[in-house]
Design a protein around this ligand. Sequence first.
Ligand code: ZN
Length: 325
Amino acid sequence: MFSMKPLARLLATSLTGLTLSHAALAAVPFDQGQAPGIYRMMLGQFQVTALSDGTVTIALDKLLTEIKPATLAASLRDNHLAPMAETSINAFLINTGKQLVLVDTGAGDLFGQPMGARAGRLQRSLRNAGYTAEQVDFVLLTHIHADHSGGLSHDGQRLFPNAHVYVDQHDADFWLNSANQAGAAEGQRHGFDEAQAMLAPYVAAGRLKPYQGGDEIVPGIRAVPAYGHTPGHSYYMVESGGQKLLLLGDMLHAGAVQFPHPGTTILFDVDAAGAKAQRAREMADAASKGYWVGAAHLSFPGIGHIVKDGKADAYRWVPANYNAW
Ligand SMILES: [Zn+2]
């Protein structure tokens, strides 16, 4: 495969010899962290970059609902996962050639200890991808939950100072109305304070733009209502040069369980029945039409295809084939 010049070959051989004879080499300290947390692909004329916000450990056996414990345990076992599973938080950046569009912002400061500080890395991943936060023209939120909108602001300041933030009107109305807080399930109440804190700086600057479901926000990027997980939860369909990528937000939280058992819901769902019906429709559509999907909580980069898995109502995930560019 390689043609090495004789001198180089000699040098390589002697270096290998040196390495083998150096018994202390194993004492090199462990390095920390992964590769830079970016993954690029072209979609027609658009460049899409998946940005890792990091990971968070969640207790799948406590959070997943509408699945029998034995079935859940078997799915985890089949995928070599423990019930406390490391779960990716992915955001997606689309460079249309004219605009820079970020879909979701990661958790920001909101997933600090004790949940584990391995999240909140979106700004770092954005820089690693060669962009600055100032260059982002549009932030599109799939919904207002800490791990999607938590990266919008820090200490009352906008982290994307030149961006307009788009979110479905139903989510803005729900999460920005503190009257809803009292009626919410206990585990969801903090979400209202977080929503206020993240969005208030954009509201004050006239940069929050709630939309009606189905709007085209940027040429080639359209919001698709997918209500259930939250009242305004939305997908974004990105389309260029005849290619399509659907960004799924929180349609899935645990691929290992929800591909084989799509009826499985999660306690974070505001309307679990709505989320379940939405997932069934979307999995069938993505599998039959074969477009790309990008998911916030499948293992980074979370880009691939959903395919039918033979049995009725069961699917499997086909991750994008790696391309080193
Ligand atoms: Zn989420």
